[in-house]
Design a binder for this molecule. Sequence first.
Ligand code: ADP
Length: 265
Amino acid sequence: MPKKSITYGSTQHPNNRAPYAKKVIAVSSGKGGVGKSTVCANLAVALAQKGLHVGLLDADIYGPSIPRLFGVENEKIGWNDDNKMMPSENFGVKLMSVGLTTPKSDTPLVWRSSVAISALIQFLEDVAWGELDYLIIDMPPGTGDVQLTMAQELPLSGVVLVTTPQMLSTDDVSRALVMFQDIKVPILGVVENMSYFTAPDTGTRYNIFGTGGAQKLCHTYGVSLLGQIPLDSDIMNLCDEGKMAVVFGKEEIKKSYQTIVEKIS
Ligand code: ADP
């Protein structure tokens, strides 16, 4: 990728590197493995199901899971006549990820963060996204360079935070929440993933990772709980197969993502 010189905006007066998008929403988490990318992907598809034009930028540079989640992990990006990168597309969502630029899915990216940031800026500016109602950004976990840069380079409409119920996760997400509050990015709310498990044979509900973690977090910081998504082997299996739970999952699962999208929009 050619090197770009970057003139950073500020979080109070961000640049707009995505003037083609009416709204830009970030999906973030405190720690990895809480299901952030899965939630992000399903929310993007749920928005597309409403007939909206949706793009998804995978900014989780060092752990890009979006290509596999959308079943496009073997696709490679091409270029159009205007020298713009062509996004992949599935389930009505346009996608861009560094995972689509590496020769193989197990090729690691050993990049300094300045290189990673410049690749993300290029994905914002040099991809043929078309006109979008929503650009969704799958952020890396934590509170680092990418979060800060995205808040400087895009007028973020808001951020959705994903956590699991246990304290080790809510502690981390509270730091992310305070960071976004500090840099004046509106918090749209919190999604509690892997919230509970319903035994398929007995229907008994088990709170494997405890209860009330996200509720407590939302109460403490005065933000909304957007929804709770169960721990469900269907979600995991469908993810691995590149099938979206909001399309192929059980009604209860579809509804949980769609309800969150109603609240967001
Ligand atoms: P993160 O982006 O936070 O690192 P991922 O979205 O990659 O997390 O999810 C991590 C793993 O958890 C994946 O294998 C995914 O299929 C699984 N997973 C995510 N959400 C659920 C859920 N609600 N129920 C069961 N498995 C889930």
